[in-house]
Design a protein around this ligand. Structure first.
Ligand code: SF4
Length: 189
């Protein structure tokens, strides 16, 4: 798990970043204060009982650490860029069709993160994936092989994102067959 190094802090030119973000296929983006995030053990319990990836990757719990460790990792930054992409699918109940939309979201997340990083020098990214960088994850016997490319999913850090979306009045269900993915790009302004 990569930790924030906190070096090379620079002022973020938000206008420039917004111009660049407008070039990406984002449905929406918001700049949030990390204090607007809710961390809860409840999400972690859902991971443990319902997700087949639990305990299989450094990008998933318990490999990501305790909820408190995850909270501290995120709170080392003061801001986060919340981005969302939407994709219409034929049938949202078709899990494979829904999951197939994730790769495009991850690519857009990487591009957005690169834009933020080019100004701030350091970012920490949470996205939608359990990490699919390697055919077989090194977890738990060896360290992650590509910590710079591994972006844990938002839930892996115990973040109840719907709470923040509701607080901010952000819509997160856009219709019957529309898949919505979110990512958080943490940075210091
Ligand atoms: S980059 Fe490879 S080793 Fe690291 S979490 Fe992803 S799959 Fe596992």
């Amino acid at each position: 798990m990569k930790e924030p190094d906190g070096d090379k802090k620079e002022m973020l030119d938000r206008n420039l970043l917004e111009e660049q973000l407008c070039e990406l296929p984002l449905y929406e983006y918001h700049f949030i204060d990390v204090r607007q995030l809710t961390f809860t053990q409840r999400i972690r319990d859902i991971c443990r009982t319902e997700c087949p990836m639990y305990g299989k990757s450094w990008a998933c719990p318990p490999g990501t650490g305790t909820v408190e460790e995850c909270r501290q990792r995120c709170m080392a930054y003061d801001k986060a860029l919340l981005i969302a992409t939407v994709t219409e699918v034929r049938d949202i109940a078709d899990i494979q069709e829904t999951l197939d939309t994730r790769a495009d979201h991850e690519e857009v997340t990487r591009q957005a993160a690169d834009l933020v990083k080019s100004q701030t020098g350091n970012v920490f990214v949470l996205s939608s994936e359990a990490c699919a960088e390697c055919e077989s994850c090194a977890y738990p016997n060896e360290p992650c092989r590509f910590p710079e490319r591994m972006n844990p999913c938002i839930e892996s850090h115990g973040i109840l994102l719907t709470d923040t979306l509701e607080q901010l009045g952000i819509e997160f269900q856009y219709g019957g067959n529309v898949v919505t993915w979110f990512s958080l790009i943490f940075y210091n302004e």
